[in-house]
Structure formats: C-alpha cells, structure tokens
Design a protein around this ligand. Structure first.
Ligand code: PEP
Length: 249
C-alpha cells in the first residue's frame, strides 16, 4: 500500500509574513489528516519561517530546487547542506518551469537527484510532456527519455527513496487538467519503466504524483485512480482553505 502525498509548490509566491499566516490557517484544518504525507515547498527566503511554523505538526517542508555541488562559485544557487540546515526534508527537482525557462536538462536533473539522495532529502522529481509532444504522439518517448536521463544510474535502494511527479506541461497553471484516465495511463507507463529498469517490487512501491491544475473539485476523481498516489499542486496550494480541501480529499 503506497502512502499518498499531497505536496504544494508555491513557486515565486509568498513572503515570510504571508508564509506564517498561511500555516496558521492551514494547521488546524489538517491536524487530523493522518492519511497522507503533507509537503509544502516555499521559496528559499521563506523556508526558515515555514519550518518554524510547521514545528510540531505533520507537515514537512521542501525546497523547489537545489544545486548539485556541495559549495562553490555558483552565484544564486543553494546546496543540499544549506537546505538540510534550514530544516527541509525534501526538494522538488526538474520542474517543467526550470526545464523551460532555465534550460534545465535531464543531466542536470540527474546530478541534482544524486546530490539530494546523498543528503537524505526526499526528491520529488518532475517529468511530463509538452502539448506539442502529446499532440505528436510522443508522450511515452518523452517520459522514457526523462526517466532514463534522470534515474537510470540510480541504485535500487536510491530509486526506492524517490517520488516522481507526472506533470504534463500543458496542464500546469492552465486550468486544463489531464483526465484521471489520461494521468493514470501515464503513471502506468512510468511504473512499467520502473519495473523494467529496477524490479517489479520497487515499481510497486514507487509513489507517482499527478500535477497540473489540481483543485479541490478534481482531486477526488484523480485520487480514485489506483495509479495516482497523490498530487503536486501549484496555484491551489497558495490558499490554505483550498490546499486543506485537497489534502482532505
Ligand atoms: C506545479 O507548479 O507543479 C503545478 C502543477 O501548478 P498548477 O497546479 O498551478 O497547475
């Protein structure tokens, strides 16, 4: 039985004060929510405030990105050690906005993933096709390439510590959600790749989240699919009430 994960990706939203207000509103609404892991990924500048705000609750804090080097002359970057010290338990890697706007490659994703695993951070690694790729019938080719590029050199033990988020790029922030069946089909394909690349047991234990315009009114349908183990939520994670409704699907 795979434990569901509901994760919020705040992107470049919320100051420290807004972060404190969000958690003050969220915590009572999810205090009894023991059915899933709850993760929130604020921007770097709000990480410490978030970690402080969730102390004593079951909510864990993740970063939205990380650099693979331990330290060095990499202006603007942040290391795994810095995230761990700030109290992060996980990190999002390879989000499509990083791939699209900041030129992140499968190779960079792989290096970040290795660094996160080495630091004992739980990586949530994003994969997914663009609209053009889907319309050209290339969804599986793209997922295959991202899977191989990101994960193929992991050991089985490392692979069992990752979470994958299937996020079709055309559904992110657009209000266009993949139907539960479309998402489940992609998840099934990813699980087949995991079984072929690792073992059927590791594939069966792999948690695959869906991301792309998840809202309180579509989470139930998505979570009804046995292949869908949770959600990575962007826009709807910014409001405590709506994020709580998604957590309490
Ligand atoms: C995301 O940023 O990962 C995401 C899925 O965004 P949204 O829910 O806003 O589509």
């Amino acid at each position: 039985m795979r434990r569901p994960v509901i994760a919020g990706n705040w992107k470049m939203y919320k100051t420290q004060a807004e972060t404190r207000a969000f958690f003050a509103a969220l915590k009572p609404q999810v205090a009894g929510s023991t059915h899933c892991d709850i993760v929130v990924a604020p921007p770097y500048t709000a990480l410490a405030a978030a970690v402080e705000a969730v102390r004593g609750s079951a909510i864990s804090i993740a970063a939205q990105d990380v650099h693979w080097e331990k330290e060095g002359a990499f202006t603007g970057e942040v290391s795994t050690k810095m995230l761990v010290e700030a109290g992060c338990r996980g990190v999002i890697i390879g989000h499509s906005e990083r791939r699209q706007y900041f030129g992140e490659t499968d190779e960079a994703v792989h290096k970040k993933l290795k660094a996160a695993l080495e630091a004992d951070l739980v990586p949530i690694v994003c994969v997914g096709e663009t609209l053009k790729e889907r319309e050209a019938g290339q969804t599986e080719t793209v997922l295959n390439r991202q899977f191989r590029g990101g994960f193929s050199t992991l050991t089985g033990a490392e692979f069992s510590r990752i979470i994958i988020a299937y996020e079709p790029v055309w559904a992110i922030g657009t209000g266009r959600t993949a139907t539960p069946e479309m998402a489940a089909e992609a998840h099934r394909f990813l699980r087949q790749l995991a079984a072929a690349g690792f073992t059927p047991e590791r594939a069966a234990g792999l948690r695959i989240l869906y991301g792309g315009s998840v809202k309180p009114d579509n989470i139930k349908g998505l979570m009804a699919q046995v292949e869908i183990d949770g959600a990575l939520v962007g826009g709807a994670s910014l409001d405590a009430q709506s994020f709580a409704s998604i957590v309490n699907f």
